[in-house]
Write a protein that binds this ligand. Sequence first.
Ligand SMILES: *[C@@H]1O[C@H](CO)[C@@H](O)[C@H](O)[C@H]1NC(C)=O
Ligand SMILES: *[C@@H]1O[C@H](CO)[C@@H](O)[C@H](O)[C@H]1NC(C)=O
Ligand SMILES: *[C@@H]1O[C@H](CO)[C@@H](O)[C@H](O)[C@H]1NC(C)=O
Ligand SMILES: *[C@@H]1O[C@H](CO)[C@@H](O)[C@H](O)[C@H]1NC(C)=O
Ligand SMILES: *[C@@H]1O[C@H](CO)[C@@H](O)[C@H](O)[C@H]1NC(C)=O
Ligand SMILES: *[C@@H]1O[C@H](CO)[C@@H](O)[C@H](O)[C@H]1NC(C)=O
Length: 447
Amino acid sequence: MATAAADAAAAVPDARRWSKAGPSSPVTTAIFLFFFVVVVGVLVSARWITTTTHLAITNLDQWRTQPAILTATLTTSIPAIPAGPPPPRPTYSLSCSAPPLTRDPDIPSNISQTLSLALSSNATCASVPDPQPIPPAADADADANATCPTYFRFIHEDLHPWRAAGGITRAMLDRARATANFRLVVLRGRAYIERIAPAFQTRDLFTIWGILQLLRRYPGRVPDLDLMFDCVDWPVVHADEYQGDNATAMPPLFRYCGDNETLDVVFPDWSFWGWAEINIKPWDALQKDLNEGNKRVRWIDREPYAYWKGNPDVAAIRQELVKCNVSSKQEWNARIFKQDWIKESKAGYKKSNLASQCTHRYKIYIEGSAWSVSEKYILACDSMTLVIKPKYYDFFSRVLMPTQHYWPVRDDNKCGSIKYAVDWGNSHKKKGTANRKEGKQVHSTRT
Ligand SMILES: *[C@@H]1O[C@H](CO)[C@@H](O)[C@H](O)[C@H]1NC(C)=O
Ligand SMILES: *[C@@H]1O[C@H](CO)[C@@H](O)[C@H](O)[C@H]1NC(C)=O
Ligand SMILES: *[C@@H]1O[C@H](CO)[C@@H](O)[C@H](O)[C@H]1NC(C)=O
Ligand SMILES: *[C@@H]1O[C@H](CO)[C@@H](O)[C@H](O)[C@H]1NC(C)=O
Ligand SMILES: *[C@@H]1O[C@H](CO)[C@@H](O)[C@H](O)[C@H]1NC(C)=O
Ligand SMILES: *[C@@H]1O[C@H](CO)[C@@H](O)[C@H](O)[C@H]1NC(C)=O
């Protein structure tokens, strides 16, 4: 694959692709890719999951024997969020052959539903017909605003600095390479990956898997592109370093989150297509589970407290949250639980099942070392979401409105703010309903 990428790189027509004018300017290209992946990627996975017949049999052995377009060799490592130096690196290859998996014998072979979901499709490496010409970008742009979910407009905002700088140059892209995990080139509907540095766990694999589904779903409609992707949590392109003349060096770097002082371009995180190491299914399958889970207990019958479960060790703010837990001395209306992924993996993830976590009237979202992938799962419960003032945003979170989609919780007085929200919600039960439903709809928007 790396060789193929090198060939592709050589074949990418240079100056023309990076010039300011023309329908396939890099900015347009990025908009295209973002649009398709965000809006359609989830749909694709839905279709592909429903056509998979053995969902109930969650056995890795099952897909080992089947042809698949992605094959993986995982070393099993369980920690949730990288804190400190990365653990031993997983290695895998994207190819048509199916190398045998090396597995940790302590972990039952039926443990990963995610991988079997992701890899059990009928897909083979059959050659894809050469794509049709790309429709004029102007047309696509024109209806983009009309048909896209509200968060789509932020891609214009994220890419604006490069428009203002007159476009993207090869030098800018090379600079983005410094921290990138992989480079993606799409050339005539085919994806070429150059793996620059290993990513944590299988983040890069699942991100690429999302892009491949996109290409398969829209043959001929994804324009040629060349982008750098960084799978690490924290944004790194500091706006203040690219003022004035330095703007010519501004790296266009894709990642999963950003903040108000950085220019990283946000893209949906890998967990939308699955998080194998902790058994989180692709978003569409999981959303069905969550809907089922929601039906089990009506909101009014749920525990009248604010619930959070996660790993408090990844951030100081999470450790502060733990202090709001109920005890014999205090009642802040919070129920805080620690997630122990290693223990959970051995127990078959029975206690970390997200669908069985919609049991409280209020659910707390708090960032970890950066944004947290848990936000979508928390919002998807029919509970009122209490969001502790976030610093980072992902691709959809900037459209969330306080009181409309969630209840904002102060960062400097978490316990008191949680207690107030829960008391308020318990005594205004009807008003809470609107907030819950709207928060849920934001990122489940289709079309
Ligand atoms: C899988 O392949 C079989 C035989 O080629 C075919 O009948 C079936 O429809 C395919 N299923 C999917 C989900 O593509
Ligand atoms: C779509 O919306 C964005 C942001 O509001 C705007 O900058 C852009 O020009 C719009 N595109 C079209 C084709 O109207
Ligand atoms: C441009 O970048 C250089 C080197 O990183 C830095 O020393 C300088 O302060 C920057 N200039 C501006 C205007 O930001
Ligand atoms: C970014 O937000 C932080 C608070 O989260 C604030 O202190 C800082 O001034 C903001 N920076 C800019 C450039 O707006
Ligand atoms: C919070 O309190 C509950 C109830 O006492 C307890 O089960 C739980 O372990 C506590 N959580 C933490 C993180 O200590
Ligand atoms: C895995 O298989 C064992 C034995 O067949 C079964 O007892 C267990 O519940 C299964 N675990 C999961 C997570 O499906």
